[in-house]
Design a protein around this ligand. Structure first.
Ligand SMILES: [Mg+2]
Length: 489
């Protein structure tokens, strides 16, 4: 296999020809990669010219994949001509659509064109934070008055990147806590990256894949890597992800209130602040009266509910009356590890079921959609192990016309900036739980505060990286424990 064979495929466009002519075929992989162009298959390991994204697939750690098309940042899945977009626009990310074997499976990979960028991780600092919430937040699994999380800070050759690990004090949302995340970050993730040259998010994911689970811990570091990468490249996360919106539509998530009347008053107060979509938390015995009351008070409100896994297939009959309330969706009614029973429930509900807790990897998204267990997905990048994994789920859903939206974990300004960036992607067509900073905190750890625009949107940061800076005084005020690990120590 020589270069000429590959060049010979591209006869229609000078751009494509030029692109391919600069590719060198460095080797035929032991387990050959199949590069498909116009249904012609060549087994080769392709090395892209400098400055271009990797197109061979080896850097994705995936073997025996066929590259059949590319997605560019402004378009959906397209079959091969979008190669032009790589040569012309050099977008921050060329997204790749890959098909496994002949199964027409669904994996989407993005390749990041910063392959020459190597980030040597000099140190990692963890801050265990405890921050008072503006008001208690009650869900079916508990009530929070203080929000705990871990701020992850990476130092790399004079640059600082920040990420937020959203694990909270108790294992209510999922099994991780600030305690388990601290342990995993310190004892397992840090040794895998300290002093190492980390090229990008997918490289990082490969390094940590031997650690089972612990997605919230992994995601905190990946976010910090993106912040570093963006600062080095002078690009915002939105730009690197291929976001298409400068402002994203948001809603507010309201915890369980004392009574239905109190809930209606709370909803009204948020509508007065400008929110145009409301989500209310429900649990057994606190669903029908509450949701009906809100619907009656606000007949046209875009309203949705979230049960956080509080029902079983048997007790879910309590939700039947909600099916006539014109809700946007019913979120995660059943077990956090279930997909099959959700399928049964979705089959008898007019209202869309949305999965949150159940989707912990891109694979789970495929399971859920193939099973028809839901009609949309709440993508929390942290829950699925990092922003790169959230983007994969987004791409998968986008290619299938399945709406997604961005969930919230009561993030500080750091995580909020990250959520806004991913929510700028084209498939995020439902408003996210990304409220303004003042909905959660009187004082945040970022100097920047996110405010609600008049049209129920929040502006996506456009500065390099996450686009936020740390208020060091606030950070110290909320820090309960701090640890720095350095390379070579
Ligand atoms: Mg939820």
């Amino acid at each position: 296999m020589g270069v000429s064979n590959v060049v010979g495929l591209a006869t229609e466009s000078v751009e494509i020809l030029r692109f391919f002519s600069e590719i060198s075929v460095s080797s035929v992989a032991e387990k050959s990669l199949s590069h498909s162009f116009r249904h012609s298959l060549y087994d080769a390991c392709l090395t892209p010219p400098p400055g271009y994204g990797n197109i061979g697939g080896l850097r994705c750690g995936v073997e025996q994949w066929q590259l059949v098309g590319l997605i560019t940042r402004r378009s959906q899945v397209q079959i091969l001509p979008p190669l032009l977009h790589i040569t012309q626009g050099l977008p921050g990310i060329a997204r790749r659509f890959l098909i496994q074997g002949e199964n027409y499976s669904w994996y989407t990979f993005r390749t990041f064109q910063y392959l020459e960028t190597i980030m040597k991780i000099d140190s990692i600092t963890l801050h265990h934070l405890s921050m008072p919430l503006v008001a208690p937040f009650e869900t079916s699994f508990g009530r929070e008055t203080e929000r705990e999380c871990i701020l992850v800070t990476l130092q790399s050759e004079g640059l600082t990147g920040c990420g937020e690990c959203v694990a909270s004090r108790e294992p209510g949302y999922n099994y991780e806590t600030t305690g388990t995340a601290w342990h995993i970050l310190k004892d397992f993730i840090a040794p895998l990256i300290l002093g190492q040259d980390v090229t990008d998010a997918l490289d990082y994911q490969r390094r940590v894949e031997r650690i089972r689970g612990h997605h919230l811990a992994k995601a905190g570091v990946e976010m910090a890597l993106w912040d570093l990468l963006g600062k080095r490249e002078g690009k915002s996360l939105k730009e690197m992800f291929g976001g298409v919106r400068d402002k994203v539509e948001v809603g507010v998530s309201i915890g369980i209130q004392e009574s239905a009347a109190a809930l209606v008053r709370t909803v009204e107060s948020y509508l007065e602040k400008g929110y145009r979509r409301v989500k209310i938390k429900i649990k057994p015995g606190r669903e029908v009266e509450e949701t009906t009351a809100v619907r009656k008070a606000f007949p046209d409100l875009r309203l949705q509910v979230d049960a956080n896994s509080a029902y079983t297939l048997e007790t879910a009959s309590a939700l039947d009356p909600l099916d006539d309330l014109n809700l946007l969706l019913i979120e995660q009614p059943l077990f956090e590890d279930d997909i099959w029973d959700h399928r049964k429930l979705q089959a008898r509900f007019k209202t869309a079921i949305c999965l949150d807790e159940s989707i912990v990897t891109p694979r789970h998204a495929r399971y859920a959609l193939e099973m028809e267990a839901c009609r949309n997905i709440n993508i929390k990048p942290a829950r699925v192990g990092g922003l790169s994994q959230g983007i994969m789920i987004h791409d998968y859903c986008l290619a299938r016309g399945v709406p997604v939206w961005c969930g919230g974990m009561l993030e500080t300004g750091v995580g909020r900036a990250s959520n806004l960036a991913i929510a700028s992607l084209p498939g995020y067509v439902l408003p996210g739980d990304i409220s303004a900073s003042d909905r959660y905190y009187h004082r945040d750890i970022t100097n920047e505060r996110f405010v609600l625009n008049d049209d129920s949107t929040i502006t996506v940061p456009n500065q390099p990286g996450l686009g936020v800076t740390i208020d060091e005084e606030a950070l110290q005020q909320f820090t309960r424990a701090e640890l720095t690990l350095k390379a070579g120590e």
